[in-house]
Structures are given as structure tokens and as C-alpha cells.
Design a protein around this ligand. Structure first.
Ligand code: SF4
Ligand code: SF4
Length: 406
């Protein structure tokens, strides 16, 4: 893509990085074919190529208005465009750099600011989230249907998994919302890892991975979460913990960003970069062959697997969780349009409900078209979002395996 960036842009490290990402784009438009928002809206500016043009205009002519912000806000950051792009354009990185600049130039109205502040103030904090959900459930009959649908059912009572000592140790990111809505995902993980002779370590001083703030363009806040987690894990890493495992793929992708997020912080850059290198999805650690020996599902259960975008396009571990499920006897059904986002996308379902609900309906129709006994996924946001409309039970894939004990 030809572009004439000002000297001021090229002299700032962010500007130079954005310019270099944009220059890789040959505006072929292949990415539009995979972009969910382009497919729904049919507007070039609601596809990746159009959004790159909008960012380019901002850097070249300093032109940026409300329309630019609206088209950028509609992006799910699902990264389907990135894995399709033949030129390797790092679109999501471009967006991460552009979002705060656009927000600083355009600003947001009071209601928009309040919504974003509320999401950042509640979602990453389990106590606040639980208190708000308790209140929302008590008021449920009086809530409008659009809000009622957003209130998750209370998670099943947490089951304690016994902690056993093993020489192989990994750190588990406990997660924030996941602990409230589906606490037994971590229980299932402990049980399965324990069976594989790996001890999962938890640290109460760690917390949200920072993804909520990062998605909302609040980079300083996201850096704060990253530093807190790094401090909480440093001693265990120095003592030999070999990896950090996140049961939600969205959190794992965020942890992989720590190196880039803190690269200019001399105190944390080295440790952040090490964390990015050793983050693992459980499907990368667990061995299907070993699982086969330990677990066996009793009936021939048919599973529709919803692979989160963060799993397919962010972590590049597509197919590994399904291999683990197959190994213990589940039958994985192929579902159409498996690459398309369900519309959850972090806080997207709260901020862009119309598009998020369109995508959710499409996803649930695709998943239910194979008449599964259950739906499995790998990310807490997708799990909560798909549960809102799906008829079969929706579980994390680790919960399914732990229920298949021999
Ligand atoms: S596929 Fe890649 S090179 Fe082609 S328009 Fe999209 S971002 Fe640009
Ligand atoms: S990240 Fe997803 S929604 Fe955003 S431009 Fe790329 S494909 Fe479209």
C-alpha cells in the first residue's frame, strides 16, 4: 500500500510500526471474504481493507472522525483476516496501535464512556462481578429482555480438586469471570493435569490477564494487570515452573502479548517476554495418547466444537482440543462456517449487541445443525455467549474430559 506519512509519524516508534504494517498490504481484498462484519454489513469500511485505509488516512492527513471510530469499533478483533492475508499484514497489531489514537482524537460521549468504565470496573474483579450478578438475578423479572439475556445462570457449585505434588509444575491463570461463571473449568484442569502428573500452581495475588482493558484501548491499565501477574509468578518461575497455562484461549492470547505490552519497561520487559514464550493452551500440554489411557466416555456422545477465534487465529492451536476429545471417545461433528466468530469477542457483545447477536444466531444455528448432544468450546466469553441461545449444554472441553473418567 502506497502511503505518504509525515516525518512526525515516522519518527514515533508507534507511527513507524503502523506505517510498516500498512506498507505490507497489497489491497487484494482476500481478507474481506473472511471478515464477519464485512459479510454482514457489506460495506468496504466494515472490512479489514477499508479499516486499514481509514487508519492510513488518519496517519497521512490527520483525518479522523466519528465515522472512522464507528467502523473501527465494529471490528471484532477476531483476526480471521490475518490468517487469510497472503502478505502477512499484522492487522490486529495495527488496530491495537490505532485504537487509542482514534479515541484520543475523536473522544466518546458520556454514555459510551460510562459503559466502558463499568465494563472495566466490574468484569475483571470477581467480587464486584458476583455482587452485580446477584443483584441482576434478584431483579431479573423487572429487567428488559435484552438485559435479562445477558445475566449468566449461576455457575455450578465449585468442586474442590485435591492438590497433589508432582515434580513437573505449571502456573495456572485462575481467570476472573471464569471463576464466577464456570469455576469447575479450573477444577477439571487440576484433575486432568494431576492425572498427567503435572501440578498446577495458583496464586491469589494474580488476577485478570488485562484483556478487557486492552480490548478497550486502555493500554496503561492493561500494563498494570500484566505487572501484577508477573510479580505474582516470578518466584514460581525462578523455582522451575515450566509454563503458564490459561484455560481460556482469550486470556492465553493476552498473556502472549505481555512481551510487546511491556517492551519499553526496563524492570519488566525481560520477564514479560519470557512469559509470552512459555504461555500454553492446555491442548498444547496434554497428550491425547495419555488421555486415552485414563479417560473413556461411556456413551457415544456427539459434540459440536466451537473453536474460538483466539484458538484458531490467535494461538494457532486449531484441532488440538478436538484431538484430545476424540482420544477419549467423543465424536466430534464438523460444523459449517467454523472459522466465523460467535460475536462474543471480549466486551464486543456488550458494546455492539446488534452485530454480536446476529453472529450468535448464525453460530448457534451452525452448531445445532449437526444435532449434537453437547457443545464444547475453549474460551469463557464464547461459552457464556453461546449458552445464551443454544439448547444443548455448553461446556469447556476440559470439563467434558474430566466427566469421562474411566
Ligand atoms: S488480504 Fe492482506 S494484503 Fe490483501 S487487502 Fe487484506 S490485509 Fe491487505
Ligand atoms: S479482525 Fe475480524 S472483524 Fe476485524 S477486520 Fe479482521 S476479520 Fe473483520
Amino acid at each position: 500500500m502506497r502511503a505518504k506519512f509525515s516525518q512526525a509519524v515516522l519518527e514515533s516508534s508507534e507511527g513507524a510500526e503502523m506505517a510498516s504494517i500498512m506498507r505490507a498490504c497489497v489491497h487484494c481484498g482476500f481478507c474481506n471474504a473472511k471478515c464477519p462484519t464485512y459479510q454482514i454489513k457489506g460495506d468496504e469500511l466494515d472490512g479489514p481493507r477499508g479499516r486499514i485505509y481509514l487508519i492510513k488516512s488518519m496517519l497521512e492527513d490527520e483525518f479522523v472522525g466519528k465515522a472512522t471510530q464507528t467502523h473501527i469499533d465494529r471490528c471484532l478483533t477476531c483476526r480471521a483476516c490475518e490468517t487469510t492475508c497472503p502478505s502477512g499484514v499484522r492487522y490486529s497489531r495495527l488496530l491495537d496501535l490505532a485504537r487509542p489514537l482514534i479515541d484520543a482524537k475523536v473522544g466518546r460521549g458520556p454514555w459510551e464512556k460510562t459503559k466502558r468504565w463499568l465494563i472495566r470496573s466490574v468484569v475483571p474483579h470477581p467480587r464486584r462481578f458476583n455482587a452485580l450478578m446477584t443483584l441482576a438475578r434478584a431483579c431479573e423479572p423487572f429487567l428488559p429482555s435484552t438485559l435479562r439475556e445477558l445475566v449468566p445462570s449461576p455457575g455450578a457449585a465449585p468442586i474442590e480438586a485435591s492438590v497433589q505434588i508432582h515434580s513437573r509444575k505449571m502456573i495456572m491463570l485462575d481467570g476472573c469471570v471464569q471463576q464466577s461463571v464456570a469455576p469447575n473449568i479450573n477444577t477439571a484442569a487440576r484433575k486432568i493435569f494431576n492425572q498427567q502428573r503435572i501440578q498446577l500452581l495458583s496464586f491469589s495475588k494474580s488476577g485478570c490477564c488485562g484483556a478487557v482493558s486492552h480490548h478497550l484501548g486502555e493500554l496503561a491499565e492493561a500494563q498494570g494487570y500484566a505487572r501484577r501477574n508477573i510479580e505474582a509468578w516470578t518466584a514460581a518461575l525462578e523455582a522451575g515452573a515450566e509454563a503458564i497455562v490459561a484455560m481460556s484461549t482469550g486470556c492465553a492470547v493476552m498473556l502472549k502479548e505481555y512481551g510487546s505490552l511491556l517492551r519499553r519497561d526496563p524492570e519488566y520487559a525481560g520477564r514479560a517476554s519470557r512469559i509470552s514464550e512459555i504461555v500454553r493452551d492446555p491442548s498444547e500440554v496434554l497428550d491425547p495418547g495419555a488421555l486415552r489411557g485414563a479417560y473413556r466416555v461411556r456413551s457415544n456422545q456427539r459434540i459440536a466444537f466451537h473453536a474460538p477465534c483466539t484458538m484458531q487465529h490467535g494461538l494457532d492451536v486449531a484441532g488440538k482440543a478436538e484431538a484430545c476429545l476424540r482420544a477419549v471417545g467423543f465424536k466430534i461433528e464438523y460444523t459449517p462456517e467454523g472459522h466465523v466468530c460467535c460475536g462474543s469477542a471480549g466486551s464486543y457483545s456488550l458494546l455492539q449487541p446488534e452485530l454480536a447477536n446476529r453472529l450468535l444466531d448464525q453460530k448457534v444455528t451452525a452448531l445445532e445443525s449437526v444435532q449434537p448432544d453437547k457443545i464444547a468450546t475453549a474460551n469463557i466469553g464464547c461459552l457464556m455467549h453461546v449458552r445464551r441461545r443454544a439448547t444443548p449444554q455448553v461446556l469447556h472441553w476440559l470439563e467434558l474430559i474430566s466427566q469421562a473418567a474411566k
